[in-house]
Design a protein around this ligand. Structure first.
Ligand code: GTP
Ligand code: MG
Length: 340
């Protein structure tokens, strides 16, 4: 999972990047997109580790991509800057909530820029497909092109209305026909307000699920010694850093869940897309494990805790065998059985 940090110049993308990943932004690298990894803490993993005492404990990781800010004075260059985000699986739109602007307006402007960037790609592709359709070609190939063209034309109309392509609710085969264009407006998107002060309310006019944090303050806190931090936090009346909670919220917003594996060697959380089946989840561990998949032994974290041990969970029937098409739930503990 790679999450692109995107927004207008100076909205605080690099500050968010540093806060979440601990990596220092490098202005030169940001021009092509700078990647940093963030571990997503999970107390379920900690509790499993306390029980299994493994040699290693590993948390799910998510990559963040810091990108150059968009600029309304240089609109022609915005599609190029947005192009860096095509490889991202989701977008976190960073909005300036610290210098008196209007974050809701900023989100609207961002949506215009991203619709415009997608429109450029879709329009070019439509011309190519139409040119192809004018050439004599086997009926089968024409049919594929016609299908793609139909989807592209619908996406184009949608983008011209400044609506994201995701609002069309494309069917899986339609989505597949345009997948290779990596349209920004088909990606999961979440707005994030970079607030100047702790505990400020979410500004008006933003989607209700909008995330927010006083990032600069949080970053300054993170850089203090533990003693100074405790004193500073007591002064501010805050008890915990919001970073861990924020990372989890971002994962949820991007449609990610984790499944867990545990044993004497390692306890670990693995990030996967919500809704994928057991055989694809096994592929997150190793592609080979997905190919050799036979069954998965599965128990939910809650059922495991309630039972107290794997043996007891088996006796209760909550630890059971599932096949390839089982849809994995957040917090499932899985053991993949594979053919040799
Ligand atoms: N007061 C205040 N200043 C902030 C906050 N967040 C960021 N800043 C400042 O705003 C400026 C821009 O922040 P950056 O994180 O560099 O913004 P950016 O979106 O990466 O900017 P570009 O890369 O130029 O697009 C810096 O001087 C930050 O220190 C905040 O929450 N409060
Ligand atoms: Mg920056």
């Amino acid at each position: 999972m790679k999450i692109g940090l995107v927004g207008f110049a100076g909205s605080g993308k690099s500050t968010v990047f540093q806060w979440l990943t601990g990596v220092t932004p490098d202005a030169a690298r940001v021009q092509q997109g700078q990647t940093g990894m963030a571990k997503v803490p999970d107390d379920r993993v900690d509790r499993l580790a306390a029980i299994f005492k493994p040699k290693k404990t590993t948390y799910a990781e998510v990559a963040f991509l810091d990108t150059p800010g968009l600029d309304l004075a240089e609109r022609r260059d915005n599609p190029r800057r947005l192009g860096i985000l095509r490889e991202a699986n989701g977008l976190l739109v960073v909005l300036n909530g610290f210098s008196g602007g209007d974050p809701a307006k900023e989100l609207e402007r961002f949506r215009e820029e991203s619709a415009f960037a997608d429109l450029e790609i879709v329009t070019n592709r439509i011309s190519k497909v139409q040119a192809n359709l004018r050439k004599p070609r086997p009926a089968k190939e024409k049919e594929i092109d016609e299908f793609e063209l139909d989807v592209l034309l619908r996406v184009k109309t949608c983008l011209e209305d400044i609506k994201p392509a995701s609002s069309l609710g494309l069917k899986p085969e339609e989505e597949k026909a345009v997948r290779s264009f990596q349209l920004l407006t088909l990606k999961p998107e979440m707005a994030f307000v970079n607030q100047g002060e702790a505990n400020a309310p979410i500004p008006k006019g933003l989607p209700p699920e909008t995330l927010a944090a006083p990032v600069k303050l949080e970053l300054e806190l993170a850089e203090l010694s533990p003693e100074d931090r405790a004193a500073f936090m007591a002064d501010l009346g805050v008890t915990t850093s919001q970073r861990d909670e924020m990372l989890r919220s971002i994962m949820v917003a991007m449609g990610q869940i984790v499944f867990l594996t545990c044993g004497e060697d390692e306890c670990r959380s693995w990030p996967i897309d919500r809704g994928i089946d057991a055989v694809n989840a096994a592929g997150a561990i190793h592609t080979d494990l997905s190919k050799r998949f036979v069954r998965a032994e599965v128990v939910s974290f809650a059922d495991f805790l309630a039972a107290g041990s794997m043996k007891e969970a088996k006796a209760k029937g909550t630890y059971r065998l599932e096949g390839k098409t089982y849809i994995v739930n957040d917090g499932d503990i899985m053991h993949i059985l594979a053919s040799s």
